[in-house]
Design a protein around this ligand. Structure first.
Ligand SMILES: [Zn+2]
Length: 239
């Protein structure tokens, strides 16, 4: 009986019933001036904990594309001038990046209100995301897309996880690294939108609830030896 319930899928959020997040998704999707384009690696879509569907349900101005590279037609729709196109990716020696806060101050001074931004996000593991950016270089260059990175240092040594591993969620095993694309988008909107703080806060609270439900759901199912050991250690330290 219990087992059956665990397997039922909510038709709205496509998640198992016990971890349905419909109650935390904003009843009115949030409208943004920023146009968000998520290029989703085909392998990533199969990941149960992917947060892109959650973003799609929470925002109005968002498109997701499954593919390994950005193509011309993905970004050919014209944006009102003088809008800018940015893509979120950490800097490398050959391709420096502007920090989100620097971009924000640049953009704010161009006009008032600041021109809308098209934000491209690569949703994949490190290895895949690097390949995707490389394969998309030409299209990005032609679009005049600026590489923007999150302000907090992103550590590439966290291999295998999402490229947007974050302080907020990384520690929350067993879902660490899986929710961070949505968090990265939340942080970008926080900086780019006029009422960004509120949008960021809303999205983060949805994410937090998702993480909370997810970790509760996974715990009794597959207690991993490493985690159990850690938990035991923590308990002993507390005693
Ligand atoms: Zn649901």
């Amino acid at each position: 009986m219990e087992e059956e319930k665990r397997r039922q899928i909510c038709s709205n959020c496509d998640r198992p019933k016990p971890i349905c997040i419909c109650h935390v998704i904003p009843s009115e999707p949030i409208a943004t001036k920023t146009e968000i384009l998520i290029l989703h690696h085909p392998h990533e879509s199969r990941h149960k904990l992917n947060t892109t569907p959650l973003l799609v349900k929470s925002l109005t101005n968002i498109t997701t594309i499954s593919g390994r590279r950005l193509r011309h037609h993905h970004i050919s729709a014209s944006l009102p001038k003088p809008s800018r196109t940015i893509y979120l990716f950490p800097p490398s020696p050959s391709s420096p990046a502007v920090t989100l806060s620097d971009f924000k101050s640049q953009n704010r001074t161009t006009s008032d209100p600041p021109p809308p931004v098209r934000l491209i996000v690569f949703d994949a593991t490190w290895k895949h995301a690097k390949e995707m950016v490389k394969a998309s270089e030409e299209v990005l260059r032609e679009a005049g897309a600026v590489r923007v990175c999150l302000d907090a240092g992103i550590d590439e040594s966290v291999s295998g996880g999402s490229i947007y591993d974050s302080e907020l969620f990384l520690r929350m095993e067993p879902v660490g690294g899986c929710v961070s694309t949505a968090e990265a988008v939340a942080r970008c909107l926080g900086a780019l939108e006029v009422d960004g703080e509120e949008i960021e806060r809303k999205l983060i609270s949805v994410l937090k609830e998702m993480v909370r439900l997810q970790s509760e759901f996974l715990k009794p199912m597959r207690p991993r030896p490493k985690l159990l050991k850690k938990r035991l250690q923590n308990q002993q330290e507390e005693e």
